[in-house]
Write a protein that binds this ligand. Structure first.
Ligand SMILES: N[C@@H](CCC(=O)N[C@@H](CS)C(=O)NCC(=O)O)C(=O)O
Length: 197
């Protein structure tokens, strides 16, 4: 079974799915949607955001849910550690990233005062650097944490792609300044080398 996934250009949450499926060697039938006309996404899922995955009679929205769906349906190679405690640690990170980390760049993109969120973003970069201390990926081996964070943290190292006018992405590029010797640079290059479906 080849899942179908709806996407728009430059989508961070879509890139998560592309990296996860690429890791599993799973082909995806991509459906490209015009960012200004979400009617095909609405029609299939009842909401407008991408990614949306369709497989047989299942429709799955929300990238963290899609990633867990992929892990359950296509367990090999895994994105999560085998040990329950290590697995829980990764899930705690993913939940933190989606619920807490995203708040600061979203606040800046929404035009709120920048001082507090900018300080949060700097502090969070230090946390990622500590997670990478002495290891190649955020939790040791490449997996769900890297797939979840990379599409957002990559802007710190490689900036915005040409043609990417999404304000949120420019916030990610402008408010995540790295030291030249930050381990995040090497991690971005390492994760970027992984296949995407
Ligand atoms: N929680 C959702 C968020 C999805 C989301 O915000 N998708 C963006 C693209 S990365 C989108 O469709 N944005 C369109 C819009 O805000 O109009 C997920 O993780 O999939």
């Amino acid at each position: 079974m080849t899942p179908t996934v709806y996407r728009i250009p430059f989508s961070t949450n879509v890139e998560r799915v592309a990296l996860a499926a690429g890791h599993k060697g799973l082909a995806i039938d991509w459906i490209d949607v015009d960012a200004d006309d979400r009617s095909p996404v609405d029609a299939v899922s009842g909401q407008a955001l991408v990614p949306v995955l369709v497989a047989d009679d299942e429709v799955v929205t929300d990238s963290p849910v899609i990633l867990e769906w992929l892990e359950e349906r296509f367990p090999e190679p895994p994105l999560l550690p085998a040990e329950p405690a290590r697995r829980a640690e990764v899930r705690v990170f993913v939940d933190w990233f989606n619920r807490i980390w995203k708040r600061a760049p979203n606040a800046i993109a929404d035009g709120e005062p920048t001082a507090g969120p900018a300080a949060d973003m700097r502090a969070h970069l230090e946390l990622f650097e500590s997670l990478l201390d002495g290891r190649d990926y955020l939790f040791g081996a490449f997996g769900l944490a890297d797939v979840t964070a990379f599409p957002f943290l990559k802007y710190a190292s490689i900036g915005c792609a040409s043609g990417d006018a999404e304000a949120f992405h420019h916030v990610l590029a402008n408010y995540q300044t790295l030291r030249e010797d930050s381990p995040i640079h090497a991690w971005v290059a390492r994760v970027d080398a992984h296949p995407r479906s």
